[in-house]
Ligand binder design. Structure first.
Ligand SMILES: [Zn+2]
Length: 192
């Protein structure tokens, strides 16, 4: 899998943005989760890291909504394929960099580290997030059962990507879509 090519592919970033807009539209159509009233747009500005400069504008806001009714004003933040909870690096980078097997080709890994500006220590931390924290969440315990045979948690996230099609781009997009429920507030509380 050529992670550098995927991260430099404008179609990847555009599709992820569209998917997030669809997820927000679904949330908006459902109305306030507390009182059912109409939802207003209430986006969070983001300063994403790990995205090549040309595509950074696709990541400048986390889409979010807020109840329009006085006295309720409940915030409803839809799931996202672009932002893995509060992490400052965008989801695609957290998945692709953590999936790299750096052993046999350290030179290629250095190129990627320079492209997205992430240190080896950060990548090691992400690996621990995948292999230790994520697997301990209610989301994972429920969703992992849909993957048969089960994925080896020590091989995450590479083992997860391998379950989603043959083309690297489709595989990344499908994996991010599958993971997106973890990015909502209730799920993220257990996974950050
Ligand atoms: Zn409400």
């Amino acid at each position: 899998m050529d992670a550098a090519a995927l991260l430099a592919d404008g179609r990847v970033h555009a599709v992820l943005r569209h998917v997030d807009e669809d997820l927000a539209a679904e949330q908006r159509a459902a109305g306030c989760p507390r009182c059912g009233a109409r939802l207003h747009s209430a986006q969070y500005p983001r300063k994403p890291r790990g995205v090549p400069g040309a595509w950074r504008a696709q990541y400048d806001r986390r889409l979010s909504l807020c109840c329009a009714r006085e006295g309720c004003r409940k915030r409803a933040t839809p799931a996202s394929v672009r932002f893995l909870g509060p992490k400052v690096y965008v989801s695609a980078v957290v998945v692709l960099m953590a999936a790299l097997r750096c052993g046999p080709s350290p030179a290629r890994c250095r190129v990627l580290e320079e492209l997205v500006g992430v240190s080896r220590r950060t990548i090691a931390r992400w690996r621990r997030w995948w292999t230790e924290k994520l697997i301990d969440t209610p989301f994972w315990r429920a969703a992992a059962g849909t993957l048969m045979p089960p994925v080896a948690s020590s091989q995450l996230p590479a083992a997860l990507l391998e379950r989603f099609g043959a083309h690297p781009r489709d595989r990344l997009l499908a994996a991010l879509r599958w993971l997106s429920p973890i990015t909502t507030r209730s799920a993220a509380a257990h996974a950050t």
